[in-house]
Design a protein around this ligand. Structure first.
Ligand code: GLU
Length: 370
């Protein structure tokens, strides 16, 4: 576990069930022990970024809504109440370890829109330069159902990608990835190391969840996909005991997802980790081969358009057998794209009333995942 001690920049994601106990109160003892671990990292000159859940879990209890399924407005109100307690608890605990914290509340739009994304990145980098620990949560109070992450696993991965972190650790109530859900299958095998997110690995995710957390194993593997593409290693481990980081350093059980990838350029990374692509382009075998050879995607090779997207939106590219092969930014809206697929560029002007670009996704706007 030496890379834990030597890595320069770590993003630590804390699940609600660790920091909030079952009666909706902050688990101060746990938080103090965690801050102790963070202080050790800081003394080794490691930069730490914390992504923490817990606002909704605290707030719902305060409102007496602990046992019901919350509607959006109740979630937003719970988060507004809980977030202030959560931030205060982190500040108190960190200050007692002589560490400064700063709060960032982020929406999905802040990571999907490139200008906002760059703003967030600059703020985090500036805070780190001043030796402050960013404590981040989703801005649940303003997020609506359609435009929310809903889980902090993917938010944490986006943050790790944004600031080129070396390691992302998801501290959770599960100690790692199993071949099947260990809660219902005693023969479930623990997976200690993953180097590629194959369909077999993805099939292991099932849909495990617990009382407080929004993210099951599925969102954790989605987080892994984002982190690994960014050249960031990721670990899933249980944070249920005190000093969770120290425990990991001394060989505590966890699943490591090792990135072997050379990170893509910053812009391509942003494209690759889009959380909410707005559509899909199904392409034929010829187009697939062209993309593998680093070509652009031309409308003539597209068989079908799914979804309603605007020019410039992220769309997934799938092959004829519906396997995902990449993601890119569409040069056409869905409506215009529907008119020109299967046609040559010389026909576009007649069909659309304007010339448009020859490619539906230019190779500079495309990330192939094969
Ligand atoms: N952002 C939510 C909160 O603070 C939690 C999301 C999650 O559990 O991942 O309550």
């Amino acid at each position: 576990m030496d890379h834990l001690k030597t890595s320069r920049r770590l993003v630590l994601k804390i699940g609600s069930s660790l920091i909030v106990n079952c009666n909706g109160k902050i688990n101060i003892k746990w938080l103090n022990a965690f801050c102790d671990d963070v202080a050790t990292c800081c003394s080794r000159e490691q930069e730490i970024i914390i992504v923490t859940s817990g606002a909704v879990a605290i707030g719902r209890n305060y409102l007496g809504l602990e046992s019901k399924q919350l509607c959006l407005e109740e979630k937003q109100a719970s988060a507004a109440i809980g977030q202030i307690c959560l931030a205060h608890a982190y500040q108190e605990a960190m200050v007692s370890h002589s560490l400064n914290v700063a709060q960032l509340l982020i929406t999905l739009e802040d990571t999907e829109n490139r200008r906002l994304y760059l703003n967030v990145r600059n703020t985090i980098k500036t805070l780190l330069r001043f030796g402050t620990i960013p404590v981040i949560n989703e801005n649940d109070t303003v997020a609506t159902q359609e435009i929310r992450f809903g889980d902090n696993d993917r938010l944490a991965a986006k943050i790790a990608q944004m600031i080129c972190a070396d390691i992302l650790i998801l501290f959770s109530d599960v100690d790692g990835l199993y071949s099947t859900n260990p809660q219902n299958d005693s023969s479930a095998k623990f997976i200690a190391e993953v180097t590629k997110l194959t369909p077999d690995i993805e099939a292991m995710a099932g849909n495990s969840s617990n009382t407080f957390s929004s993210g099951g194993m599925i969102t954790k593997l989605q987080a892994a996909r984002i982190a690994l593409a960014s050249g960031c290693h990721m670990a899933i481990t249980s944070g249920k005991h005190l000093h969770p980081l120290k425990k990991m350093e001394s060989g505590g059980r966890c699943t490591w997802f090792y990135s072997s990838e050379e990170p893509l350029s910053a812009r391509k990374l942003w494209i690759a980790s889009s959380i909410k692509p707005n559509g899909m382009l199904k392409i034929d075998e010829g187009a697939k081969q062209a993309l593998i050879k680093d070509g652009s995607l031309l409308p003539i090779g597209v068989i079908a358009i799914v979804g309603d997207f605007k020019k410039g939106d992220a769309v997934i590219v799938i092959d004829n057998a519906e396997n995902r092969i990449g993601i890119g930014l569409s040069a056409y809206s869905a409506n215009d794209a529907k008119l020109i697929i299967g046609h040559k560029s010389s026909d576009f002007e007649r069909m659309l009333g304007y010339r448009g670009s020859d490619e539906i996704i230019h190779r500079d706007d495309l990330v192939i995942e094969l």
